[in-house]
Design a protein around this ligand. Structure first.
Ligand SMILES: *[C@@H]1O[C@H](CO)[C@@H](O)[C@H](O)[C@H]1NC(C)=O
Ligand SMILES: *[C@@H]1O[C@H](CO)[C@@H](O)[C@H](O)[C@H]1NC(C)=O
Ligand SMILES: *[C@@H]1O[C@H](CO)[C@@H](O)[C@H](O)[C@H]1NC(C)=O
Ligand SMILES: *[C@@H]1O[C@H](CO)[C@@H](O)[C@H](O)[C@H]1NC(C)=O
Length: 189
């Protein structure tokens, strides 16, 4: 009887733990990043930004997606960003090094932090400026659109960082192919 009660209690506790998280929890970087979870392609669903110039830049793209490839023990991966503008696609290739809760571009001194999300196929990526102040927060998913409660959670994270309200990508726009046809020169920014 006692054991049953303990189990019931544990169940109740896990339910109450899924209550909405406060800013501290929403912004605490993930501590155990699994490179295999990163692998593959995800589409940009929404972004929160600090200034209106970024918002215009964000809106100038019809689509954006990312691809992490080749997770190996060495913590090095290749990272591709793919942007669609009308009929054209832009591919930006970078090499990155994974940390416990972040990755760093090998060519530029820029660290991107992964924040928690309850959405199983999403990545929430925080980009800071040089003084570690938040600049942008991006929500990526393997789906073109996320559930309302998943979007709500992202909206809360954006609010916690005091960024402008999130801008949604247009999920009806066609995505660029995963690979560029011609092997264009590597580039990064
Ligand atoms: C993946 O990584 C291994 C070892 O680092 C390398 O030999 C191989 O070429 C890589 N494959 C691709 C597709 O980048
Ligand atoms: C990434 O690393 C590979 C192997 O070291 C190199 O051949 C390639 O040019 C690098 N790519 C970029 C974008 O720097
Ligand atoms: C990279 O950034 C860190 C922290 O912002 C700074 O301490 C370091 O000096 C920078 N390194 C380079 C090569 O700019
Ligand atoms: C970083 O962002 C903060 C807050 O927006 C700003 O005050 C600071 O000047 C920025 N630093 C750099 C180096 O851009």
């Amino acid at each position: 009887m006692f054991a049953v009660n303990v189990i019931t209690l544990l169940c109740l506790m896990s339910v109450s733990r899924s209550a909405p998280l406060g800013c501290e929890d929403l912004l605490r970087p993930l501590d155990q990043l699994d490179p295999r979870h990163l692998e593959g392609r995800r589409v940009l669903v929404a972004g929160g930004m600090t200034n209106l110039l970024h918002v215009d830049y964000f809106k100038s793209r019809d689509s954006a997606s990312i691809n992490f490839a080749n997770a190996s023990e060495s913590s090095k991966m290749s990272f591709t960003r793919i942007f669609g503008y009308g009929d054209s696609c832009q591919y930006l290739y970078s090499n990155i090094t994974l940390g416990a809760s972040s990755f760093t571009y090998d060519q530029v001194n820029l660290t991107v932090l992964f924040l928690p999300t309850s959405c199983p196929d999403c990545l929430v990526m925080r980009i800071n400026n040089e003084t570690k102040e938040p600049l942008r927060l991006y929500l990526f998913s393997r789906r073109r659109e996320v559930e309302q409660k998943e979007m709500e959670e992202f909206r809360n994270q954006v609010e916690c960082l005091k960024l402008l309200p999130p801008v949604m990508m247009d999920h009806t726009k066609e995505l660029c192919p995963e690979q560029s046809n011609r092997h264009s020169a590597a580039s990064e920014d």
